[in-house]
Design a protein around this ligand. Sequence first.
Ligand SMILES: Cc1cc2nc3c(=O)[nH]c(=O)nc-3n(C[C@H](O)[C@H](O)[C@H](O)COP(=O)(O)O)c2cc1C
Ligand code: SF4
Length: 471
Amino acid sequence: MADAPVPGVHPVERRRILPPYSLGSLEDYADIGGGRGLEAARSMGPERTIEFVVRSGLRGRGGAGFPTGAKWGSVARAGGARHYAVCNAAEGEPGTFKDRALLRAIPYAVLEGLLIAAEAVGASETYLALKASFAPETEAVSRALVEIEKAGWLGDLTVSLVAGPEEYLFGEEKALLEVIEGNDPLPRWLPPYVHGLFATAPQLGWEASVPGSDGAAGLEANPTLVNNAETLAHTAWILAHGAGEFRELGTESSAGTLICTVVGDVRRSGVLEVPMGTPLQSVLDACGGAHPGREVRAVFSGVSNAVLSAADLDTPLTHEAMTAAGSGLGSAGFVVYDDTACMVEVASTLSRFLHVESCGQCPPCKLGTGAITAALDTIRDGSGSNRDLDRIEESLRIVTDGNRCYLPVEELSLVSSVLRTFPGDFAAHIDGSCPVGGRKIPPPKILDIADGIASYDPNQERKRPDWTYSE
Ligand SMILES: Cc1cc2nc3c(=O)[nH]c(=O)nc-3n(C[C@H](O)[C@H](O)[C@H](O)COP(=O)(O)O)c2cc1C
Ligand code: SF4
């Protein structure tokens, strides 16, 4: 039934969609109930399928936690001649590896979820977009696609694999559509359910495209569904096992299980599936906790949310609890720093990541993240003053002005939270010392996780703000 162990995956209780081993074939998937969800969706029809997903309480696992059933409903109802469904497997969030773990171990579930979504929203063409550099995942999903086609799962649907670039913005849903259309990952103005794939309706101006554009005057809005790979795999499980069963784990507002990634200063980096509501501390413990003699100082959920300090480690992994703690779940990729990490250095590395990855279509975002990173660098290097802290505050006030996408909001949440939570590190640097020794912090853009060790992409450190690379 199984071939190779999935790298970095820990055995955990109540696993649902991520198996401990890679499935060898579609037959293995069928043995654990694969295909039943698609059958159920086809026999129930779009309306009842969407109702099923609404009742399950599933929320998107790509970062924002948007209710999946409501999203499917708005695309299904949006009118227009053509709809599309897209699986977002770009997985660019630092500290996140769970979509790649899923694609390696059980690509069938992601594809089944995509086919169910297509049936529900009335799409006949679907796309699965992942990075060109994701070689094992491309191989696994291509093989699975051949098998499901042979088994007759596709019916009239088509699934196209799209190999995209390394940029962080590739995973942003409006940029993802641009990449599928053959362009650079530059976010558009309007969301995919309003201005979808290959839309011909204008995005701006007097004739702004509207939801439900009916193709009058030859203009099509092509409402498009974009869901994260893990979200889609959950929908296959829900349709096969039931909405109520899905709700047996998790909380009222955060139902089901969650696939977490843990990297950084823990004994064993890895990917694990836990019931939503599991305390963050338990997830860190499953990864062996901090290194001997060290203590966890800070945990970041990717680069998208405010930092959590040691005092927050009991926070349950739900949307509501993470928001109440002043942060957010993001895509449940946790980057852990222990008491040898200087938070000025960490803030500088993560802010630089966002500055470099910003596309520059909105000047306050590109210039603001640049000014904040420069001031953080000055403080880190020991030549900073309170004036640099003021500069950071000023730039944080404008960085989100006129933003097309969420990236500068991430900068605002992340940098302001580090300043608030670790003021002592900044004060010490301004006084000319580093309280913890200032080890170098690489950007946690994960290349792979094997044998409990995460490797980060060394090229990220050479990447320039114009998306070229230094020698
Ligand atoms: C800068 C940026 C990068 C993103 N990268 C990813 C990504 O790599 N994968 C992903 O699924 N969602 C990513 N998202 C979120 C997507 O825009 C979108 O919300 C998500 O794919 C929707 O799927 P869901 O409803 O299933 O969560 C990113 C968002 C932003 C602002
Ligand atoms: S907000 Fe920033 S990253 Fe997003 S589109 Fe504008 S410049 Fe690009």
